[in-house]
Design a protein around this ligand. Structure first.
Ligand code: T5A
Length: 212
């Protein structure tokens, strides 16, 4: 069976994940690779419906455990219906957020046990992991300035959280990357888009080598 490559981009809000996903997909397509871009929560109709529930500002909000279940359910549908079939067809899947967002946000930010989040991932997605996880790391004030420039008064249920929550998320991402250096590449994501893209292509070089 042909197998593609699975690349996830992770990091806090405003780190530039969507921007860099797009630039990466364009670069890989220029190398004649078959590329699918997708995102979490979302990526399939069912998972996008769950995304709408998660991001809604109506009602009482979700407890971290309920949130973790919803993210895992969305991911399960996404993996089953989009990611695994694309990989089996030999496509490169570039995913804006994946499992490590649950580990950093619901775990690091929300206080859930990492083992519990991994258990949910085992049940929902049979433990699928990316071949490479690009952790985009940016100074908080730079991320905040980017988000303010894009959307001066925007805030949703998930994004609109206090500074200490985001600090815990950032620290959790760093711990995850330190624990699995073979799966993670930490990308300095301050500065210009093209310079960051260059760092990402450098990190991806070992994966591209066998396909040339
Ligand atoms: N979540 C998600 C969980 O809690 N658990 C989970 O399991 C999962 C999967 C998702 C929320 O859900 C949470 C995490 C999030 O809180 P979202 O709307 O998808 O919400 O939020 P983000 O993924 O964070 O998306 P953002 O758009 O906010 O951030 P990005 O994608 O990192 O940044 P991007 O590329 O959109 O850039 C932001 C702005 O900055 C500009 C862009 O043009 C854009 O305007 N920009 C730059 N400007 C200057 N220099 C650069 N180098 C720039 N790069 C980008």
């Amino acid at each position: 069976m042909k197998t593609g490559r699975f690349i996830a981009l992770e990091g806090g809000e405003g780190a530039g994940k969507s921007t860099q996903s797009r630039l990466l997909a364009e670069a890989l397509r220029r190398q004649d690779l078959d590329v699918v871009t997708t995102r979490e929560p979302g990526g399939t109709p069912g998972a996008e419906a769950i995304r709408a529930l998660l991001l809604s500002t109506e009602g009482e909000g979700w407890h971290p455990r309920a949130e973790a279940l919803l993210f895992a359910a969305a991911r399960s549908d996404h993996v089953e219906r989009l990611i695994r079939p694309a990989l089996a067809a030999g496509q490169w899947v570039i995913c804006d957020r994946f499992l490590d967002s649950s580990r950093a946000y619901q775990g690091g930010g929300g206080g859930l046990e990492d083992a519990d989040i991994l258990t949910l991932h085992g049940i929902g997605s049979q433990g699928l992991l990316p071949d490479l996880t690009l952790l985009l790391e940016v100074a908080p004030e730079i991320a905040a300035a980017r988000l303010a420039a894009r959307d001066p008064d925007g805030s949703d249920r998930i994004g609109g959280r206090e500074t200490s929550y985001h600090a815990r998320v950032t620290a959790a991402f760093a711990r995850l990357a330190e624990a699995e250096p073979a799966r993670f590449a930490r990308i300095d994501s301050n500065g210009e888009r093209d310079a960051i893209h260059g760092r990402i292509m450098d990190a991806l070089a070992p994966l591209l080598e066998p396909t040339r």
